[in-house]
Design a protein around this ligand. Structure first.
Ligand code: BG6
Length: 467
């Protein structure tokens, strides 16, 4: 299709959990900013009518982010509803009616992937796919083979340029800020490579469990839920080369190159954990071996990174909610005894606040002799309530046809290739206590001198803070 702005937004799964928690708040915010003025058609099979969907939207906004009366009234005015089975042609005939001649609708599939094929076929049969875009929610497949199959199905009916595979981490400003930090600052280039960096770790910790999503989570696990997608996006931002241009394809080309340089994960470089109590969650098998925690080590065999281990750790029911990158430098060839030297570090916190911190050694104030301590130089920013949320950003981008915040076909397949070998079989999963940093076995997959604890308060003396 051409570069026209989508003239309708259709969202399948309108009565579902994602719509309730993320989509209605994003739609209201888009309306408030004047970014959404076209009809919004919710589709679901719930036996509901438009008034019930409106009530659901109101409830969603009251619980998630707050209701803004003026924007909500406008959103309600744009909202339409189609109720019906996705197998039934009549549902799509009704959708066509509700689209009232829209030429470039964007169809957002906020539904389980098993339904994607049925829905896109029905969209094509009913003529709703002509001139349209399709936005697909994660998880994009279950493994490499299913992702390839899904790509095949989508590409049968849509051009790659009209397919928008959601990874909401691409809509997070803090994640994109990693690229700004790397490519807008000369000094970073001098050290951000294998000559100075000893290891890189990425931690995504959540201090809550599966929040009622047991049935989904038990089929998914941490590797599929957040590592193959969200954390690989963070990883590629950290490891990629500067793109030839800032258009979406040049940036995505560089990300794909990073993934291609990563060998598949070896079981010996992976530790899985499951928090105690997980098996009592609704929808979770009593003998489940699904991981709620994973720590792994990867190689990035590019010119820049060969020999530098990358560690990724993610989990539920950990002691903090935080996403943080921690790069450790080599130690200097100093005359100071090695055991007194702590390596410098770069700490990039992406969540809950955005922080860039450089850790360095200096003399400890108020101490005798040559006692050293690590101080951090910190630049930090807490997101304000009116900043765009990731979902608002990605939906807005898809409707203008901007692919830069979405995963390309080759990217998702490469990402699945890396994790594919460890997704099968009946893996070993170690139990861990809620509110701990995973099972003790994680020691086996740990950066030199251990994982940095993103929850440690006052871990470093802050160099640029007034005394
Ligand atoms: C989702 C996962 O994709 O991302 C969740 O399914 C996870 O399990 C969430 O909690 C994290 O997103 P955010 O934006 O809160 O970091």
């Amino acid at each position: 299709m051409n570069g026209s702005h989508s003239d309708a937004l259709v969202f399948f799964g309108a009565t579902g959990d994602l719509a309730y928690k993320k989509i209605f708040p994003a739609l209201q915010a888009m309306v408030k900013r004047g970014h959404l003025t076209v009809p919004v058609v919710g589709v679901a099979k719930a036996g509901w009518n438009l008034d019930q969907l409106r009530a659901r939207a109101e409830d969603s906004l009251e619980k998630h982010g707050g209701l803004d009366s003026a924007a909500f009234e406008k959103l309600i005015g744009l909202l339409r509803y189609v109720d019906g089975d996705y197998q039934d042609r009549a549902t799509f005939a009704d959708l066509r009616n509700q689209l009232k001649g829209a030429q470039h609708p964007a169809h957002y599939l906020a539904i389980p992937p098993v339904l994607f094929e049925t829905v896109v076929e029905q969209l094509a049969d009913s003529g709703c796919s002509t001139g349209a875009r399709v936005i697909v929610e994660k998880p994009f497949g279950h493994d490499l083979a299913s992702a390839k199959e899904l790509n095949k199905v989508l590409l049968r009916f849509f051009d790659e340029a009209d397919i928008f595979r959601i990874d909401h981490y691409l809509g997070k400003r803090a994640v994109n800020n990693v690229l700004a930090f790397r490519f807008a600052n000369t000094f970073v280039e001098s050290f951000w490579n294998r000559n100075y960096i000893k290891s890189v770790e990425i931690t995504m910790a959540e201090n809550f469990g599966v929040q009622g999503r047991g049935a989904f989570y038990d089929q998914t696990g941490t590797i599929r839920d957040v590592i193959q997608n969200h954390l690989f996006q963070v990883l590629t931002n950290l490891a990629m080369e500067p793109p030839a241009d800032y258009d979406s394809d040049s940036v995505r080309d560089e990300k794909v190159k990073v993934l291609k340089a990563i060998p598949p994960i070896d079981e010996k470089n992976l530790v899985r954990g499951q928090f105690r109590g997980y098996r009592d969650e609704n929808g979770v098998a009593k003998d489940s071996r699904t991981e709620t925690f994973a720590a792994l080590q990867l190689e990035v065999n590019t010119w820049r990174w060969k020999g530098v281990p990358f560690f990724i750790r993610a989990g539920k029911c950990l002691p903090a909610t935080s996403t943080e990158i921690f790069g450790k430098f080599q130690k200097p060839p100093s005359l100071i005894p090695d055991n007194e030297l702590v390596q410098n570090h770069l700490r990039l916190r992406l969540n809950p606040e955005v922080t860039i911190a450089m850790g360095m050694m200096g003399l400890a104030p108020n101490a005798e002799g040559f006692a050293l301590q690590t101080s951090e130089m910190v630049a930090s920013h807490s997101p304000s309530a009116d900043e765009m949320d990731a979902y608002e950003r990605v939906l807005g981008a898809a409707m203008t046809g901007d692919s830069s915040l979405f995963a390309r076909e080759d990217y998702v397949e490469e990402a699945w290739r890396i994790v594919d070998p460890v997704l099968r079989g009946n893996p070993l999963v170690f139990e861990y206590a809620p509110n701990s940093w995973g099972p003790a076995e994680v020691e086996r997959v740990s950066p030199p001198a251990g994982w940095h604890d993103p929850a440690a308060k006052g871990a470093f003396f802050v160099a640029n803070e007034a005394a």
